[in-house]
Structure formats: structure tokens, C-alpha cells
Design a protein. Structure first.
Length: 212
């Protein structure tokens, strides 16, 4: 018999946020390709799909009525209204997976992350499993350039997103880790190293890990 019992570890819940346009989706997509064992939490949203987005892969696209029904049913770990649409994380995307030792990645806004942060103070599973990562742009000028280059939002939406970004950046101190997305490859490497490191935390290891 080996010294270590396999499957004696809870998964990590990696909660990633940062201002819109920072490059969260881009960084997370690369991490997803390069760490295929990571599970991504597919969020619910009431916003319309963008070109190429698929229901069940990028988001679960719901009507406002359906979203509210799920709120009333207690199906979300967190939800928030972001830019006039609801977004939320389903318990079913996260809880059973981490109990089985799978690592789950959440790309959610700061309000949602702070809700989970608060719950994790009372809930031992969330308290042990959550790691909060903030992604920041190298400058506000670069953030604006990225929002414009993405060409997915109207001028009004771009101004709305930029207007929120200064306050959002000030939240970095409520997170456990900070990744600056300046050069994409370096940010992806930082994120991967950080994920590997969180897997070594003893607080998620269970009694009976060692066969001694
Ligand atoms: P978010 O998900 O944070 O709103 P996106 O991933 O949609 O941001 O990225 C916004 C835009 O910035 C996209 O056009 C993307 O290609 C670009 N981008 C992302 N990361 C970088 C980077 N490190 N350098 C330059 N452009 C980037
Ligand atoms: P987008 O519409 O550009 O895909 O996302 C807009 C914002 O909503 C991003 O900041 C993204 O992180 C956030 N978001 C996506 N899913 C969720 C979620 O489940 N909960 C919360 N609170 N925010 C989310």
C-alpha cells in the first residue's frame, strides 16, 4: 500500500474577478485549454448571447423570470445585477465537485465574489475551499484600449464599464492573490502557477491522508 491515500483532498474553488475588459475571459480560456482537468463553473445570465457563445458552455442564458424563479428556489451560491443583467453561480456547478476533489474555476464580478467571501466566513466548506484571485489591467489607458478593441460593446457600455473600473480596482485588497494581465503569456503562467500552488494547501487535505 502507498503512503498516501488518493482522493483525500477537497477541491479548490478559484474565484477570479477584475474590471470588465481586463482580459479575464482571455486568460481563463487559455488556462482552461492548458489545464483541462480544471472544471469551469458555467454561470447563469439574463444577458443576450454574444456572437459564437453557446448555451451550456459559455453561460446558461435565461429569461429574467426563470432567473428569479431560481433565486427563489435557493439555487445560487451568489448572484448579482451587473450592467442591468442578472448573473449568478449555481450551487450545482460547484459544491459536489469540490467535495469530490475537483478544482472549480469561477469568473464572476466583484459583488458576487464579495458575497462568497462573506458566506465563506460562516460555511466551513466554502471557508476551506475558496481562493480569491484579482486580475488587473496594467493601466486604465490599456483597459480602455482593450474594451474598444474587443468591439463587442456600444460606446455607452464602454463608458459605463470604464466608469466602474476605478472603484473595482480598489477591491484588489479583498482578494488573496493579484495577477496583472500585461503580457498575456505571463499572466497565464502566473495563473497556472498559482493554481498549482493552491493544490498544495494542507487545509484542504483530509484526516487519513497518510497510511500510517
Ligand atoms: P474580460 O473578460 O475581462 O471582460 P476579455 O477577455 O473579453 O476581458 O478581453 C478584453 C479584450 O482585451 C479582448 O479583445 C482581448 O483579446 C484583449 N486582451 C486580453 N488580454 C490581453 C493582453 N494581455 N494583451 C492585450 N490584449 C488583451
Ligand atoms: P460578460 O457579460 O462580459 O460575460 O460578463 C460581465 C461581468 O459579469 C464580468 O465581470 C463577469 O465576471 C461577471 N459574471 C459572469 N458570471 C457571473 C456570475 O455567475 N456571477 C457574478 N456575480 N458575476 C458574473
Amino acid at each position: 500500500m502507498g503512503l498516501i491515500n488518493q482522493n483525500s483532498r477537497l477541491g479548490v474553488i478559484l474565484i477570479v474577478s477584475g474590471p470588465s475588459g481586463t482580459g479575464k475571459t482571455t486568460v481563463c480560456t487559455r488556462v482552461r485549454e492548458e489545464m483541462p482537468e480544471l472544471k469551469f463553473s458555467v454561470s447563469c445570465t439574463t444577458r443576450a448571447p454574444r456572437a459564437g457563445e453557446q448555451h451550456g458552455k459559455d453561460y446558461y442564458f435565461l429569461s429574467r423570470e426563470e432567473f428569479k424563479r431560481r433565486i427563489d428556489n435557493g439555487e445560487f451560491i451568489e448572484y448579482a445585477e451587473v450592467f442591468s443583467n442578472y448573473y449568478g453561480t449555481l450551487k450545482s456547478e460547484v459544491i459536489d465537485r469540490v467535495k469530490c476533489g475537483e478544482d472549480v474555476f469561477l469568473d464572476i464580478d466583484i459583488q458576487g465574489a464579495m458575497q462568497i467571501r462573506q458566506c465563506s466566513q460562516q460555511d466551513p466548506l466554502l471557508g476551506n475551499c475558496c481562493e480569491f484571485i484579482f486580475i488587473a489591467p496594467p493601466s486604465l489607458e490599456e483597459l480602455e484600449a482593450r474594451l474598444r478593441n474587443r468591439a463587442s460593446d456600444s460606446e455607452e457600455q464602454i463608458m459605463q464599464r470604464l466608469g466602474k473600473s476605478k472603484l473595482e480596482i480598489s477591491y484588489w485588497k479583498h482578494y488573496d492573490y493579484l495577477v496583472i494581465n500585461d503580457m498575456l503569456d505571463a499572466a497565464v503562467e502566473d495563473m497556472k502557477s498559482l493554481i498549482r500552488m493552491t493544490r498544495k494547501a494542507t487545509k484542504r487535505l483530509e484526516e487519513g491522508l497518510f497510511n500510517v
